[in-house]
Design a protein around this ligand. Structure first.
Ligand code: NI
Length: 173
């Protein structure tokens, strides 16, 4: 199972809006497998297809301690979000090394198809609720740092560009 390259903020492809999945076919199953492998390898708890430059409404999540409870959400739809909001620290595989507080709905209800095409409703709170909202944002072309101040956003961009340059120089050396 090949690992997929993860787009890094501020790559403009992270701002693309994902299109609905039309068919849960063999290529999609392969993409799901590769996304899960990529997420586990990167020690993430969620990955949206957008982040691997596939602009389809698809996300994979695993918030379990043992990394053995993968959840696949195809064409997810937010049905309800609680009025109660909570602030919590978030990170993102597309924004390595950066963590900051984001306010999200405390609970959400989502409808999605699983990898077998079975539609189900998910009631989520806590970490799962945060993760689902974070990945739904990716599918709309939004990265969590866009909730932060402009000053923070430009600092983060500068830091990531510097990291990238240093990584390239190391490869060349
Ligand atoms: Ni993310």
């Amino acid at each position: 199972m090949p690992l997929l390259p993860i787009l890094r903020y501020p790559d403009p492809r992270l701002y693309k809006v994902a299109q609905p999945v039309q068919a849960i076919d063999a290529p999609l199953q392969a993409l799901i497998r590769d996304m899960l492998a990529t997420m586990y390898d990167a020690k993430g708890i969620g990955l949206a297809a957008t982040q691997v430059d596939q602009h389809l409404r698809l996300m994979v999540i695993d918030i379990s301690e043992e990394h053995n409870q993968p959840q696949v959400l195809i064409n997810p739809e937010l049905l309800w979000a609680s009025e109660e909001h909570l602030k919590g620290e978030e990170g993102c595989l597309s924004v390595p090394g950066i963590y900051d507080d984001v306010e999200r709905a405390a609970e959400v209800r989502v409808r999605a198809q699983d990898e077998h095409g079975v539609a189900r409703e998910i009631e989520a709170e806590g970490l799962l609720a945060v993760c689902i909202q974070h990945e739904l944002d990716h599918l709309m072309g939004k990265v969590f740092v866009q909730y932060l101040s402009r000053l923070k956003q430009s600092r983060i961009k500068a830091k990531l560009r510097k990291q990238e340059r240093e990584a390239q120089q190391q490869q060349e050396a």
